[in-house]
Design a protein around this ligand. Structure first.
Ligand code: ZN
Length: 296
């Protein structure tokens, strides 16, 4: 009697346990069934959004702003920066390439206060080819050499003021994860948030002194790398150290719409879309000097 009751009790416990287990299984299955379409939707959205980032931005900016055809030939101040950090004493030889974070922020703040519109490369191209502007005051910020401090120092400041800039990437350094330079993940993250990444060749050679084949590969391979990793149409090139020849310009025409140099001045279509002037920003360029150099 006793053992039968015990057996019945065990049987009941087993039935209860298996009921509990199967209802748990059913709940789990239900959870995953409901969740799966959501997850795949998220994935689809994610991949679609990374592809459409540039398109959306272009669309958004062209929807929000009215482009006005100008009577006078359009002139664009293209600012040229390299490093943004406090200069170390041993960097004195490169002093002209380094702007302190405080100076940089004072320049950005002044540009925003003055009502400047910050152009993307696509917008700069439109402005120069259609002789049209999205605002009476425009500026295009460019940084050469894809240095790490663009991510750690300049980007947070520009995010604070909601402005955009272009960094000209030495793609070979990105591919080989060279220390002190931007990683592909940092570039992708910033590209998602409005920053633009254009070419500064693969290995940063003096193009003017390079053989034609070298120039060809430096120009085309850096573009195809950026096109592929950022799913974009790379449109601009900055010639390393501003060195280029007539051959460079004819070769650049195959891959790019715009080329920026280190020739000092305000850019205009008259100088040629592949040999645009820029304004070099020096460590001592205070906001007043900056505005004066952009408007003279
Ligand atoms: Zn450079």
């Amino acid at each position: 009697m006793k053992s039968r009751r015990k057996r019945r009790k065990t049987l009941l416990t087993v039935i209860n346990l298996s009921l509990l287990f199967s209802s748990l299984l059913a709940l789990l299955a239900l959870f995953f069934l409901l969740r799966q379409p959501e997850q795949s939707k998220e994935n689809q959205l994610e991949s679609a959004s990374s592809q459409q980032v540039t398109k959306q931005e272009e669309k958004a900016s062209s929807e929000q702003v009215n482009w006005t055809v100008q009577d006078q030939p359009v002139k664009i101040p293209i600012l040229m920066y390299h490093a943004i950090h406090e200069m170390a004493p041993e960097e004195a030889a490169n002093a002209n390439l380094i702007v302190s974070p405080t100076t940089f922020e004072s320049q950005i703040k002044r540009l925003v206060d003055e009502g400047y519109y910050f152009l993307s490369p696509e917008e700069a191209y439109r402005a120069l080819t259609e002789n049209s502007l999205p605002s009476s005051k425009v500026v295009w910020l460019t940084f050469d050499d894809s240095l790490l401090d663009f991510y750690t120092i300049a980007y947070p400041i520009m995010t604070k003021y909601k402005v955009k800039a272009t960094n000209n990437v030495i793609t070979g350094y990105t591919e080989s994860s060279k220390a002190g330079h931007l990683s592909i993940d940092q570039i992708k993250e910033m590209a998602k948030n409005g920053m633009s990444f254009q070419s500064h060749t693969v290995n940063h050679p003096d193009l003017e002194m390079s053989a034609q084949e070298t120039q060809e590969s430096e120009l085309s391979q850096s573009k195809s790398y950026l096109d592929t990793v950022l799913k974009q149409e790379t449109t601009a090139i900055a010639y390393p150290a501003g060195r280029y020849s007539q051959t460079t310009l004819s070769l650049a025409e195959h891959s790019y719409k715009l080329g920026v140099t280190t020739n000092e001045g305000i850019a205009s279509a008259d100088d040629g879309l592949l040999s645009l002037k820029r304004i070099r920003i020096l460590p001592n360029t205070d906001p007043d000097t900056l505005i004066a150099s952009m408007t003279s």
